[in-house]
Unconditional design. Structure first.
Length: 497
């Protein structure tokens, strides 16, 4: 073992009941290295990192930290060894403030155990400013956007001053500007000798940032490559065991009649004077910086946010949408950006989640027709390639990407006329993304009007027919996807600067 090696994991195995999640896995991390850990959803990445941080105990294998073999008992023990993790799924308490969340479990105190809020506020500002983020330390976390909450999660991990920092999908909810600020910090940490495990499905980030890449497939270690010596195609083949084909599948669809029209939409707070239309078979993308109003458009159209002004038309007829059930009745579906809090009932099964919106229509007097339900769920699992032991498994047991597919399945089962997708591939591996893009193409082929909100500019460019760009609550412009570039989108998103 080299002196510069911070972490060495050998022969790691883990099972949950009869399911082997990890089998003889190896992984190493050097000081001053950014090491990408990749694999499809369900490949075992998160389980391996949970073993390293003490959330799980391995069934077999050894872990060495800075050359010493250790048995990591729990997360506190991992932190004492200098290992910190920034989880993909937010672990914040909405009712607490930014400062309280940042120092949760590590509160600064004075005197007889009284909280030293002054110090906590000051340090919170320091850690957030390092990420180029301005947030009120006294703001309730529940009032903040998903992207802002993600930055708090990152700041909390940085505050631990760890030697080993695990970042699980750290940019999933961030805009390009925030990603640039985060990358600057990550490179500074590397220069200071910190070892970083970088878990992401965004290939552009991996090749721009990382030094080495290790790949897991079906719980087994496939191999490690130097980024300088490999290619995107080779990494994809390592991950999925086959050639993936085109990253953004081509779509040949003739657009039909206008399916959705929005005139001068406003919620009185976040968006103002929003007008656009989408035709049957058309896919439009909505881009913009965090806080620009992208999600608020979707929430207002779906009846989650109160509409202060404007008109909505579906298939040429004006509709009054005051609540989500109204939107569903008019054939409008909405996949939210926060699948855990708003898209799923985690304690329910895969089957129950998929058919939840359909329960009133699947049987007489509220009694579900079991045969019809079983057939529908089986079709959805097969069509979306949802990895689950069976349909009765609790949805919280699935990987993040497979949970996202369950959210999609729920809305596809309603056969919507308009489907709004807010960050539909967040936390989904490259193979799963390609499958979701194929589903979007099929929806367009079937005459659905699709609206996709995404922070990934390559994704917006790759799947859209037209792109709407938001800036400070208003539409800054519209671009034909064929003529658009990341630079032209960012020009509009930043108000022309």
């Amino acid at each position: 073992m080299r002196l510069s090696t911070l972490v060495e994991m050998r022969g790691i195995a883990k099972s949950f009941g009869p399911v082997n999640v990890l089998k003889d896995v190896a992984f190493s991390l050097a000081a001053g290295e950014i090491h990408a850990l990749m694999g499809e959803n369900g490949a075992g990445k998160s389980t391996l990192m949970k073993i390293l941080t003490g959330l799980y105990r391995a069934d077999a294998g050894q872990i060495a930290v800075a050359g010493e073999t250790v048995s990591i008992r729990d997360p506190k023990h991992a932190e004492s060894l200098g290992i910190a993790i920034m989880h993909q799924e937010l672990n914040l308490i909405p009712e607490l403030t930014v400062a309280e969340n940042l120092f949760l479990g590590r509160e600064k105190t004075v005197g007889a155990g009284l909280l030293d809020m002054g110090t906590m506020r000051r340090l919170s500002r320091e850690y957030l400013s390092r990420l180029a983020v301005e947030l009120d330390p006294d703001a309730e976390v529940g009032s903040l956007s998903i992207g802002q909450q993600q930055m708090i999660e990152i700041a909390r991990a940085l505050s631990l001053n760890a030697r080993v920092l695990i970042m699980d999908e750290p940019t999933a909810a961030l805009t390009e500007r925030e990603i640039d600020a985060l990358f600057k910090v990550i490179r500074e940490l590397r220069a200071d000798g910190v070892g970083i495990v970088y878990v992401s499905h965004r290939m552009e980030e991996i090749f721009a940032l990382c030094d080495r890449i290790s790949v897991l497939r079906d719980g087994e270690f496939v191999g490690t490559e130097r980024i300088a010596d490999t290619s995107l195609d080779h990494v994809v083949q390592m991950m999925v065991g086959r050639e993936l084909g085109e990253r953004f599948p081509k779509r040949e669809v003739s657009h039909g009649a206008e399916r959705l029209r929005v005139e001068h939409l406003s919620d009185g707070r976040h968006i103002e004077d929003i007008s656009f239309s989408v035709r049957a078979g058309e896919v439009i993308g909505i881009a913009g910086l965090m806080g620009a109003g992208r999600t608020e458009i979707a929430r207002t159209l779906f009846g989650l946010n109160k509409r202060a002004g404007g008109r909505i038309f579906v298939d040429g007829a004006e509709v009054k949408i005051g609540k989500p059930s109204d939107a569903i009745a008019y054939g409008v579906g909405f996949v939210t950006e926060d699948r855990k809090a708003q898209g799923l009932v985690l304690e329910m099964s895969v089957r129950e989640n998929i058919t939840l919106p359909l329960v009133p229509t699947m049987g007489r007097t509220g009694i579900v027709a079991k045969g019809e339900e079983k057939s529908l769920v089986a079709r959805c699992i097969d069509m979306l390639k949802i990895r689950t032991r069976d349909a009765e498994l609790e949805v919280k047991s699935l990987s993040g990407g497979n949970q996202q597919k369950v959210v999609l399945a729920k809305w596809l089962s309603l056969k919507p006329r308009v489907l709004i997708l807010d960050e539909p591939t967040r936390g989904v591996d490259i193979g799963g993304k390609a499958e979701i893009y194929q589903i979007i193409n099929q929806l367009a082929f079937d005459g659905v009007a699709v609206v996709v909100i995404s922070s990934e500019l390559p994704e917006v460019l790759g799947i859209s027919d037209r792109i709407l760009v938001m800036h400070e609550g208003r539409l800054a412009g519209e671009l034909a996807a064929a003529d658009a570039t990341q630079e032209s989108i960012m020009h509009l998103a930043t108000g022309g600067y």
